[in-house]
Structure formats: structure tokens, C-alpha cells
Design a protein around this ligand. Structure first.
Ligand code: GUN
Length: 281
């Protein structure tokens, strides 16, 4: 039987409908949510993501504050901007697009954003809150994956979940969010022995590695749910971490690339920004 295609375009649109309603409710109270979007350098992929985020803001009714800084921007200069944005009552969310140029210290930049405005969920306080099971901003990509599972009635409780990848942006928070929902979680990474055998134990397999089509049918149990977080630009266009054509016939549900997890990240960013505006309103 053909698998269920988990459609991020549909789920992100559902999230957006709700976000627009919440923006209208805030407008009735005289509040317009604001998101500061900071890009350091001119990485073309980052530039395109940032442009899309600003378009999302315009469509939804979130004010965006655009900061495009030169690749040579120093730590001090960025600190000054962060202090200003942290103190600005019109700014409810701050996003500094990653990856940063090599001379900037990721830990320093991430910690310079006030946790209340850290709509990326990357600040140590927000990651700590996730670890402790407390409310706080949640990283947009894994938070979007959880939203997709919920939309399709896929309950992680009691399931074996395997997350391939241990990045702070996706893999680590993804596993914690699945754990929070009572999955039995395993993280895999580049040093995992017999990756395919571990992945084959998964009822829910999340691929967040950044290697084109690395996950094949040998990694997948019959009837599993497969979530592909990969966005790899190749000569053949954008491809995921999962070999979709080879894996799809084996599984019960799968996300495509594009049109799977991709649109969810931005939808959750908008939602997190409105959360932040609601908290301060
Ligand atoms: N780079 C890739 N994904 C993200 C994200 O969710 N937020 C930021 N700030 N940078 C990213």
C-alpha cells in the first residue's frame, strides 16, 4: 500500500491560519508582534531563508526588522545590536540566522539574545527548559516535526524513536521532544556502530544528518514513520537525507523533500514570535 505522505505544506498552512487569528487578537489589544531578523554575511542559502522569513512576517501581519550585516561584523558590534534589540519593546523575537561566519563565537551570539525573545529556542536557558520539561521557546524545526506528528495523529508514546543527528538545531532537541512525549529515544551520529541496525528498530525514524539520500531501505523497518529533515542542495536539485523513492514502499508514512519538514520551521518561528508577543502583551 502507498504510504501516507506527511505534507508540511498542509500542516504549516494550518499553523499559519491559527497564527493569523492570534495576530488579529493581539491587534485588537493594540499589539503588533515584531521579529528582528539578523543575517551576518552573504551566504546565499541563508539569504534566501531570511528573505522567506520576512515574506512570512509580511503575509501574517508580523512586523519584521531587517538587519543585514557585513561578513566582517565583529562580536562587539553584534553585541551592541543584541542589547538594543533585547531592550526594544517593539521586538518580541530575535533570530540570528545560522551558520555564522567563522570568526564569531556561536555560544556567545546565542547567549546574547534574551531568552524571552529567543524564538529560535537556541539559548541555553530555553534548551535547559526543554530538558527540564518547563515551558519556553522550542527550536522551530523539531517543534515543527512534533506538530506534524500531532496533525496526522501519530502518537510517539511508547514508540521506539531513532534520531539520526545530534545537532543543537535539530537532533538533540528533537530527541528531547520525543522523550517528553513518552517515546523511547535513541540518538545516532557519525560514530554510531551499525547505524542501519539501530535505525531498523525505529517506529519513528528522524533523519537530520545533512547527507543526501543517506538513509536507504536497509535503515528502515517495515511500517515505520520516516521524517526527513535534510535539505541538501545537489546538482539534481534539493534532496533530503532519505532516499525517498527506495524507502517509501516500505513505510507507513513519510515526509517528502521539498514540501515536508521545510515549511514547518518557518511556520513555527512565526508561531513562537506570536507566543512571545502574547506573553508580553
Ligand atoms: N539555520 C538553519 N536553521 C535555522 C534556524 O531554525 N534558525 C536559525 N537562526 N538559523 C538556522
Amino acid at each position: 500500500m502507498a504510504p501516507l505522505i506527511i505534507d508540511g505544506t498542509i500542516v504549516s498552512a494550518a499553523v499559519e491560519v491559527r497564527t493569523v487569528e492570534r495576530v488579529a487578537a493581539l491587534a485588537a489589544r493594540g499589539v503588533t508582534p515584531g521579529l528582528a531578523v539578523v543575517l551576518v554575511g552573504d551566504d546565499p542559502a541563508s539569504r534566501s531563508y531570511v528573505n522567506m522569513k520576512e515574506k512570512d512576517c509580511a503575509r501574517i501581519g508580523i512586523r519584521s526588522f531587517d538587519y543585514r550585516l557585513g561578513a566582517q561584523t565583529g562580536q562587539d558590534e553584534l553585541d551592541v545590536l543584541m542589547r538594543r534589540l533585547n531592550a526594544d519593546p517593539d521586538v518580541h523575537g530575535i533570530l540570528v540566522q545560522q551558520p555564522f561566519p567563522a570568526h564569531l563565537d556561536v555560544e556567545h551570539v546565542v547567549a546574547a539574545v534574551s531568552p524571552e525573545k529567543d524564538v529560535d529556542g537556541f539559548h541555553p536557558e530555553n534548551l535547559g527548559r526543554l530538558m527540564r520539561g518547563l515551558p519556553g521557546h522550542r527550536a522551530c524545526t523539531p517543534w515543527g516535526v512534533m506538530r506534524m506528528l500531532d496533525h496526522y495523529g501519530i502518537d510517539p508514546r511508547g514508540k521506539r524513536a531513532v534520531v539520526v543527528g545530534r545537532s543543537l538545531l535539530v537532533g538533540k532537541p528533537m530527541g528531547l521532544m520525543l522523550l517528553e512525549r513518552d517515546a523511547t529515544v535513541t540518538w545516532c551520529h557519525s560514530r554510531t556502530a551499525d547505524l542501519a541496525a539501530v535505525c531498523r528498530e525505529a517506529d519513528i525514524l528522524v533523519a537530520a544528518i545533512g547527507r543526501p539520500r543517506m538513509i536507504g531501505p536497509e535503515h528502515v523497518k517495515e511500517g515505520a514513520v520516516v521524517i526527513d529533515v535534510g535539505i541538501n542542495r545537489t546538482d539534481e536539485g534539493m534532496v533530503g537525507d532519505v532516499d525517498f523513492t527506495a524507502v517509501a514502499p516500505k513505510v507507513c508514512a513519510i515526509t517528502p523533500v521539498p514540501g515536508g519538514v521545510g515549511p514547518m520551521t518557518r511556520a513555527m518561528l512565526m508561531s513562537n514570535t506570536v507566543d512571545s508577543a502574547e506573553r508580553t502583551a
